[in-house]
Design a protein around this ligand. Structure first.
Ligand SMILES: NC(=O)c1ccc[n+]([C@@H]2O[C@H](COP(=O)([O-])OP(=O)(O)OC[C@H]3O[C@@H](n4cnc5c(N)ncnc54)[C@H](OP(=O)(O)O)[C@@H]3O)[C@@H](O)[C@H]2O)c1
Length: 288
């Protein structure tokens, strides 16, 4: 049995991994969040990894409040960069293969075609900058790692755009949603399955490897909101607005579509279309 440590496991991705646990009997899982293992505590991290002797660690922990990070810089950097350095060093010392999750927001969004893994990162927000610093720490301190960049994550767990649209759609008759930010939503359950399939596949190479993973398709937040409202049967008019008319603290990339050819080819993954996954999550939310 291979042992997997899942850090930050109370969040969207960690919760989805927990849901899938029974389908992966080849693994035993240990779940921690900040109460059991605060990744900003270097000594605690080293001890936990030393005592656990894990084969894999999936790091789902992060500071994910993109706008808040602009003001809360110390904490955002501590969790997204410094703590990742601590975890990476502990993984390297105790022979644990690290799967670290990063973001499309490491790119500035000026591309004209989906981003490949070798495109140079150039974050335009503090959150994106700290996530890039986390990637750099991983690249520097271990050779046994996958970094998976994903985008627009949502789930029936935690807070996310889907849940916000469902709530606002019930409260209001009309909503303005930005139409000039283009990307791809990702159901955290699909990403969780992809990660576990990769760990099962025995095709992992012992060096730092960056991969991109999102659902299939390319849409704007406006299209996503339209689909959420339509598929949930909510009666609310969605108006297309520009980012300049919806001022936010943090800049966001205008175009952050991720090219997934590498992860599909290397691991033989099938990636679900975003609308199919959205329908699944809306069903889950309806029956919960
Ligand atoms: N959400 C998105 O749209 C999105 C998009 C692209 C990439 N990503 C990346 O995908 C990954 C998973 O995201 P997610 O949406 O599942 O995140 P999430 O729901 O915000 O979960 C993150 C978890 O990490 C925990 N955490 C925070 N500080 C910690 C610490 N010091 N030690 C241990 N745990 C700590 C959080 O606890 P608290 O809640 O108590 O703080 C939370 O349970 C992250 O790396 C994120 O950057 C997310």
């Amino acid at each position: 049995m291979k042992k997997i440590l899942v850090t930050g496991s109370n969040g969207q991705l960690g919760s989805e991994i927990r849901q899938l646990e029974k389908q992966y009997p080849a693994f035993t899982f240990t779940y921690t969040d900040v109460d059991e293992l605060d990744l900003t505590d270097e000594k605690a991290v080293d001890n936990f990894l030393k005592n656990g002797q894990f084969d894999f660690c999936i790091n789902c922990a992060a500071y994910t409040a993109v706008d808040k990070a602009e003001d809360d810089r110390g904490l955002a950097r501590l969790i997204n960069a410094t703590a990742v350095e601590y975890l990476t060093k502990a993984c390297a010392t105790h022979h644990t293969f690290l799967v670290h999750i990063s973001t499309d927001y490491v790119f500035d969004g000026t591309n004209y075609r989906p981003y490949v893994e070798t495109d140079p990162p150039s974050p335009n927000s503090f959150y994106g900058l700290t996530k890039r610093e986390g990637e750099e720490a991983v690249e520097k301190f271990t050779d046994k790692c996958l970094i998976i960049r994903t985008s627009w994550l949502y789930s029936s767990f935690g807070n996310n755009f889907v849940k916000t649209m469902l709530r606002l759609g019930k409260e209001r008759e009309e909503l303005g949603v930005v139409v000039d930010q283009i990307g791809t939503p990702t159901y955290a359950g699909d990403l969780a399955r992809a990660i576990l399939d990769i760990l099962c596949s025995k095709k992992i190479k012992e060096r730092v490897n960056i991969y991109h993973y999102s659902n299939e398709g390319v849409i704007s937040w406006y299209d996503f909101a339209q689909a959420i409202i339509r598929e949930s049967g909510t009666d609310c008019k969605i108006n297309a607005i520009e980012s300049k008319d919806f001022p936010a603290k943090a800049n966001r990339p205008f175009y952050s579509v991720l090219n997934k050819a590498k992860i599909k080819k290397d691991f033989g993954l099938e990636v679900p279309y975003w609308l199919e996954s959205l329908k699944l999550v809306l069903e889950q939310l309806k029956s919960s």
